[in-house]
Design a protein around this ligand. Structure first.
Ligand SMILES: [Fe+2]
Length: 370
């Protein structure tokens, strides 16, 4: 399974992970074979990339990695947030309170993250551009819970963190959509308006002080570079920083109207660079050790010159995947694809292959088989 831009999809490719909308509707189920019509529809709906399970990787029998929360729970959370925010925006609500079902969904997410047996999280997220906010809220919630679990928060604290993370951007309902979805760079005045979403969130969440605090401070940074108040180290509680880390990572790995998604390895590198400048380094590390820099299905070239596909990542070593090799160091095809642990063999990922290289390999492999 690998993430492919919608512009690079071709009929016959098979969907590797379901494509769902903000109301919980599933547009394409896992396993569906793409047609011209489906591809056109995905583009119309505003999807920029989707996961496919193509012949190359299918032949290599790559096991599919599990998400940190179940698809069903994720759908419930996305549609719950969507309904809450839409209704609040339409009615001009002064106060937002998550309904009981949404609170229960957060409890479910806490349980699933705490009990998640998967060794390292593989980020598989697909969303339509116009529904960014709802998916983003749910992702930030799930990722924040991962960090919270790693540092040993209690269930009660995790629940509070989860609700705050889910609600962290509610203030955006008061920021004009043209500004939030602007494809280009924001003007200084527009950016000032965007910054206000933190203050709006404090007002909207006044009945839930812990959530109001998390939402109000999630853009504050330890070195004082954040907003709205330019708080500094010592003034920004760990739970707030956790939401900030999850928020930054999710924003970087998402396709946005003004830029394409960064790969997880690139986003992790940026996060590590922000350690002790923007966020407490221990909290950054608590996150980084849990996230696969090269998700299952990524095609990589190792420093040995060998090429293969990532099949798993050992716990605690996010940049050291196990790779199923199919191209030898001399560029020749390996007769039997075999797995190599980069950790055990002291190898590292030299680079991630791009879409053009992958299609070249697929064609070469195909002509070799026929
Ligand atoms: Fe935000």
């Amino acid at each position: 399974m690998r993430r492919v831009p919608v512009s690079a999809l071709v009929p016959g490719m098979r969907i590797g992970r379901e494509v769902a909308g903000g109301r919980g509707e599933v547009y394409l189920q896992t396993g569906v074979i793409l047609t011209h019509k489906y591809i056109r529809k995905l583009a119309e709906l505003g999807f920029v990339s989707v996961y496919v399970r193509d012949a190359l990787l299918g032949d290599l029998h790559v096991a599919e990695a599990k998400d940190v929360v179940r698809d069903e729970t994720r759908r419930e959370a996305v549609s719950g947030v969507r309904n809450l925010l839409r209704e609040a925006a339409e009615s001009g609500a002064k106060i937002i309170e998550p309904p009981r079902e949404l609170a229960r969904t957060v409890s479910d997410m806490v349980s699933q993250v705490v009990e998640n047996p998967s060794p390292t999280i593989n980020i598989y997220d697909i969303r339509a551009q116009n529904e960014y906010l709802y998916h983003h809220s749910v992702n930030v919630c799930a990722l924040a819970l991962v960090i919270g679990t790693q540092i040993g928060l209690s269930r009660r604290e995790l629940y509070e963190l989860g609700i705050g993370a889910l609600m962290h951007d509610v203030g955006k309902i008061r920021v004009p959509a043209e500004i939030l979805d602007k494809p280009g760079k924001l003007s200084a005045e527009e950016f000032e308006l965007v910054k206000k979403h933190t203050l709006y969130a404090e007002e909207l969440l006044q009945n839930n002080p812990p959530a109001a605090a998390l939402a109000g401070m999630h853009h504050e940074r330890l070195n004082g570079e954040g907003y709205p108040r330019g708080l500094k180290a010592g003034e920004i509680p760990p739970l707030v920083q956790i939401v900030g880390i999850a928020d930054l990572f999710d924003a970087l790995t998402a396709d946005r109207c003004y830029r394409k998604a960064y790969r997880p390895d690139q986003a992790l590198e940026m996060l590590l660079g922000a350690g002790d400048f923007w966020f407490d380094f221990d909290l950054v590390r608590a996150f980084v050790v849990n996230v696969a820099a090269y998700p299952v299905g990524t095609l990589v070239e190792l420093n040995s010159g060998e090429i293969g596909v990532v099949v798993s990542t050992p716990k605690g070593f996010p940049t050291q995947p196990v790779v199923r090799l199919f191209v030898a160091a001399d560029g020749g095809w390996l007769a039997d694809a075999h797995d190599v642990s980069t950790l055990d063999k002291c190898l590292f990922v030299a680079r991630v292959l791009d879409e053009e290289e992958i299609s070249f390999i697929k064609k070469a492999l195909h002509s070799r088989q026929t």
